[in-house]
Design a protein around this ligand. Structure first.
Ligand SMILES: Nc1nc2c(ncn2[C@@H]2O[C@H](COP(=O)(O)OP(=O)(O)O)[C@@H](O)[C@H]2O)c(=O)[nH]1
Ligand SMILES: [Mg+2]
Length: 368
């Protein structure tokens, strides 16, 4: 069809023409508005290597909201500080694979908190590989170290235990004061919510009113249900009630907060032992997961804490927090090697989206 501009002008000057033009304009504005709104609410993945899904064997759920770019930058920044401390780049810039290089590597690994024992066993294995494969180039040695670390870290499964077929998936969170338990629970709640699960938080740290209030605030941020008693209440009783509420409301996931004061070590451990038993009475097989939260800046102290908690609560995995603020990320390797525990998540900041499922390959690539 040929459109004659003068005919169009004549048409638009009639009343009928103006009505048609008006309708077209209104439709255009409405469609444009709808497209803009849809684009704004559609999550965009900023970088496809940003792990954003909680790995469990639960049935297909809606894709979670991915992290914003700033979160990914913080993640990179956190780990790059670790690799800066390792000084790995400089070490492999040397001209030859010799004793001096291995010594520099040993020093770098120990100062990044990989731990003496783990460092020694890693370097023994690396020397062996260097001999077996006649490695003479530092670059090739770097690749060998990467492969070796990846192999070792892959021994531990970083996925959460599968959710039970029926009833709530109960996750108990333990660790010393200040390690980041409550914050991690808030972040985990947000991750589960983003996957379409309903989440309930149980305020099992009844030691201070502030601790209960802090968890309540996180429950609001994450859009999770919240069950608490008064300050000083029996933690086992609170968590029992939380599980009863979760069953009544058909909640998918229950995250149980606990106290962490270590000053009086024995009573805390007794309390946690009781909490674990009572949780098992409320929901069969619970707790399905016991996450030990360790402060990444604590270095080797984190290992001794892990041993104490592991004895009482049957820890199934570790969350390593504050990796954004430390040059000691090597403790990830020590935890997995020396405790035989998988690191399941890493905390990289204080915001709701500053938690990442641990990805061993990405970690090693960033580290070395
Ligand atoms: N930088 C940083 N701070 C964190 C992280 N996780 C927790 N924190 C902070 O550590 C402090 C203690 O956290 P909290 O959750 O109260 O520890 P809890 O006593 O184990 O429950 C708070 O100031 C948190 O904001 C993290 O991954 N990075
Ligand atoms: Mg707390």
């Amino acid at each position: 069809m040929n459109l004659d501009p003068s005919a169009l002008t004549a048409f638009l000057s009639t009343t009928e023409g103006q009505v048609v033009a008006g309708v077209i304009l209104v439709v255009l504005v409405a469609v444009t508005g709808w497209v803009m709104r849809t684009r704004a609410s559609t999550p965009r993945l900023e970088d496809d290597d940003a792990p954003s899904q909680i790995a469990t064997s639960s049935p297909a759920k809606p894709a979670p909201r991915p992290a914003g770019p700033s979160a990914l930058e913080r993640f990179r920044a956190g780990f790059s500080r670790t690799s800066a401390a390792l000084g790995v780049g400089a070490i492999f810039n040397r001209s030859a694979v010799d004793d001096a290089l291995f010594e520099a590597l040993e020093e770098a690994l120990i100062s990044a908190d990989v731990g003496v024992r783990t460092t020694m066993s890693l370097l023994d294995a690396l020397r062996q590989r260097a001999r077996d494969h006649r490695i003479t180039e530092p670059d090739a040695l770097r690749e060998a170290l990467r492969a070796l670390l990846k192999d070792r870290l892959r021994q531990q499964d970083p996925a959460l235990k599968p959710a039970p077929a029926e009833g709530p998936h109960v996750i108990l969170v333990v660790g010393v004061n200040g390690s980041g338990k409550t914050t991690t629970i808030g972040k985990l709640a947000a991750l589960f919510k983003a996957q379409g699960s309903s989440v309930l938080l149980g305020a099992g740290d009844t030691f201070r009113a502030g601790a209960i209030e802090q968890l309540r605030v996180w429950s609001e941020r994450a859009g999770a249900d919240f069950v608490a008693h008064q300050e000083g209440a029996d933690p086992a009783a609170v968590l029992f009630d939380a599980l009863e509420a979760a069953k009544a409301r058909s909640a998918d996931v229950v995250l149980c907060d606990t106290a962490g004061r270590l000053q009086s070590k024995r009573p805390l451990m007794e309390e946690l032992g009781k909490v674990t038993r009572v949780i098992g009475r409320a929901v069969e097989g619970a707790p399905h997961e016991v996450l030990l939260v360790l402060d990444g800046t604590m270095g080797q102290n984190a290992l001794s804490q892990a041993r104490i908690f592991g004895e009482v609560t049957g820890v199934t995995g570790v969350v390593l927090t504050k990796l954004d603020g430390t040059a000691k990320g090597g403790v990830v390797v020590a935890v997995m090697e020396e405790l035989g525990l998988p690191v399941k998540f890493v905390g990289i900041g204080e915001q709701l989206d500053d938690l990442r499922p641990f990805d061993p390959d990405a970690f090693v690539d960033t580290l070395i």
